[in-house]
Design a protein around this ligand. Sequence first.
Ligand code: FES
Length: 114
Amino acid sequence: MAEWIDIAGERECPPGTSIERVAANEMVALANVDGQLYAIDGLCPHQGGPLGTGALCGKVLTCPWHGWQFDVTTGQHQYSANVRQQTYDVKVENGRVFVRKGNTDVVIPRGELA
Ligand code: FES
């Protein structure tokens, strides 16, 4: 996913919320932290929970299934230094939100940690 992909209208994700979207067959969690949009891999690496439908508190997004928490600005798991979600670059043009894969270099394969 090297190109920018339109995933949502800017107003669909107001400050303090997160939403789930699909970009090039990949689940993306889009989160709005005080007006700044961030996007990370939307599939929780624990058991595949839908991160985008979780609760956002500040910059921490909590998986709705078992409570794993991630910093949406970095993709970093809050308790394990070895777990980090893929991040996406985000831009807004004409009221639309676009994402493309960021430069996260550490991604733990799903199912490796239970
Ligand atoms: S699937 Fe996300 S915490 Fe278990």
